[in-house]
Design a protein around this ligand. Structure first.
Ligand code: G3P
Ligand code: MG
Length: 277
């Protein structure tokens, strides 16, 4: 790798925005009311990222996983059941990790966050079978949009009754396509785990404001810019897409990203912010 590829060799730039991943899941019970309250009360926080999905009875909840097994002590008979097959009444009976915080609704989470904090809503699952991350081909795009439409409409109906600035992100083209059709002015961002090409196609197709890559895609293990990261950064600069990178766990990584000039750091803790920022 040449000198020009090292993040440390990049020109110094301004400080990136700090986005609290699941309400700083490194120190709070993820995606809960106490987590977003704690994140919002930290002066370093610019935005909060939350994951949203639908229950069987059409409630929009803030919850990351497809089932209850990792995050709750739900019994075997229920913990493998997909969230979209459970009612909100059932789901609200469980608490997250060791905390006494229950699975919240999107409405309750937004009400707990001051309007001055931007909310990055990650569209996780529309509550029906048959969704696939990444691109959808032309023949099945209309069907993919139909699957996401009711859920996305409901999420935006809830979000737009608040004063928050919203940024909607997703790993799914269908979600972003439905979002763009439903709310032409809400900023969108494709999430990128592995394919830069896919992210660029989606960002271009739906007039994205930002791209959200994984730090593992952007950097090598020694925190040098990878070839994929280089392509992504060049494309983002050309198209004027912001780059918000997830999920940051160390100050070293945060400093490397700041030197690279990224716009946002989606972090599990605010402690990754150096004192000098
Ligand atoms: O939005 C960034 C990040 O949250 C994407 O991955 O699995 O943590 O939702 P995940
Ligand atoms: Mg997320």
């Amino acid at each position: 790798m040449g000198r020009e590829d090292s993040a440390d060799e990049s020109a110094l730039s301004g400080e990136p925005q700090l986005i609290a991943h699941r309400g700083y899941d490194g120190e709070n019970p993820e995606n809960t009311i106490p987590a977003v309250r704690a994140a919002a009360s930290d002066s370093r926080t610019d935005a909060i990222e939350i994951d949203v999905r639908a229950t069987r009875d059409g409630e929009i909840i803030v919850f990351h996983d497809d089932d209850l097994s990792r995050l709750t002590d739900a019994p075997m008979s229920i913990c493998d059941t997909p969230i979209w097959e459970l009612s909100y009444e059932t789901l609200s009976g469980y608490t997250i990790g060791d905390s006494d915080a229950s699975i919240p609704t999107l409405t309750a989470v937004l009400a707990a966050i001051p309007a001055s904090i931007t909310v990055n809503i990650e569209l996780k699952h529309p509550g029906c079978e048959g969704v696939r991350p990444g691109l959808v081909d032309t023949e099945t795009r209309a069907a993919a949009i139909d699957r996401w439409n009711p859920f996305v409409r409901q999420v935006f109906d809830i979000a737009t009754t608040t004063e928050h600035d919203i940024l909607a992100s997703s790993f799914y083209e269908g979600a972003l396509a439905a979002a763009r059709a439903t709310a032409p002015t809400i900023p969108l961002a494709p999430l990128v785990g592995d394919s830069v090409e896919t992210a660029l196609i989606i960002a271009d197709r739906y007039d994205a404001a930002a791209i959200h890559p994984s730090i593992d895609l952007l950097f090598t293990e020694s925190l040098c810019l990878s070839s994929a990261g280089k392509s992504l950064r060049e494309a983002a600069q050309t198209a004027d897409w912001q780059l918000n990178v997830w999920t940051i766990t160390t100050q070293t990584a945060a400093v490397s990203l700041q030197k690279l000039g990224v716009d946002g750091i989606i972090s599990e803790t605010p402690e990754i912010v150096p004192l000098t920022w």
